[in-house]
Write a protein that binds this ligand. Sequence first.
Ligand SMILES: [Zn+2]
Length: 419
Amino acid sequence: MDQTDQKSSFLVSSETKEETKKDFQSRKKPKRYALVSFGELPEYMKDNEFILKYYRANWPLKEAFFSVLRWHNETLNVWTCAFNWVPSVSGIDYGEFFGGASCSGSPWSIPISSDANVSNNFKDFSVGTTKLVDLKQIKSPGMNSTSILNNQDSVEHWPFSVFLGGSMFCLLSSSICHLFSCHSHSLNILLLRIDYVGITTMIITSFFPPIYYIFHCDSNWHHGYLGGITLMGTFTILTLLSPKLSEGKYRGLRALLFSSMGLFGVVPTIHALIVNWDNPRRNLILSYELAMAFFYLTGTAFYVSRVPERLKPGWFDLAGHSHQIFHVFVVLGALAHYGATIVIVDWRNKVGCMRILANTISCELVEQKKRNSDRIEQHLAKTRAAIWEAIVLKSFKSEEKESFVPRGSVYKNAYAFHQ
Ligand SMILES: [Zn+2]
């Protein structure tokens, strides 16, 4: 073999080595799954024909999991749910409000009172400007000088925990559904149903704190309303668990079921308004709840209409499509309801049932005392008039000369008084 041959043989062998190395590296590198268009989707994933590109289809679970950090048409759906966990988790701190030892701190501040006065008098809340209260300042009664009231039993906190638990379950199931429903047909159906159960659970559980705390002193009402909404929610869950109703064409029916559960809230709301008409926090609570209704209904309108992608198909594939807007409105609605709940719990914590009873009893006692003193006053007036008449007319009814007539400086006319 001459020198030229030796050189070429060396080049060939180094090229082969290079290729083998490349092959090895490409085998080691995980395959990056490509995003596909609506037309390439399997039939079970074809839900929104106005979103044209950036779909994941039939991805393995591991790829689907790590796609949380990739940019596709579900990224913002996953993240808007995950973001909502922040207020929910920080809401757990709020449990301290009911009687815990300390607050580790929540960054959320919401107006809870129409007054800066922490007077014991319920009526004292009626005037004043809106006050911003940091949730970490709210502690159990008796915890510090700014605490809500001393010498009071704090209300039970389980309805609030039920609400937070329901919200967190909904958000978690929704995030998981958006992340993994691209895996396979069977998992897609299962996760969609879990997502619907999550939404229903959140709606049902959001009724617990307001109904429980507003009708706290009347167990018939709070049991009746909570039983009613739980039955309605159970019916909705059973209906939605049918695989047929998970299909895209039943979007309207699902929205109707969710909205009717929301509208059920109108009945206890009107009832609560009537029985708490004099409550100075009425307008604040009502504003929060109206904001919640507005956010939920607007979100539902986007969910059903599939605006704006319907108007410009392909424009909102990655960001700004109806489902993402729906998520944002759900987050806002939940926050508004959270605000209303805090105001209601704070009010119930201050007022309590015993206080209402004590107020009623003390009012009755005052009334009775007033009636008694009025009666005594009337008698005295009559007596004074009779004495005056006896002095002026000298017409004593008693002709008898009494042996004893009281004398002393306190009697101006002892004989007339005696008569
Ligand atoms: Zn969603």
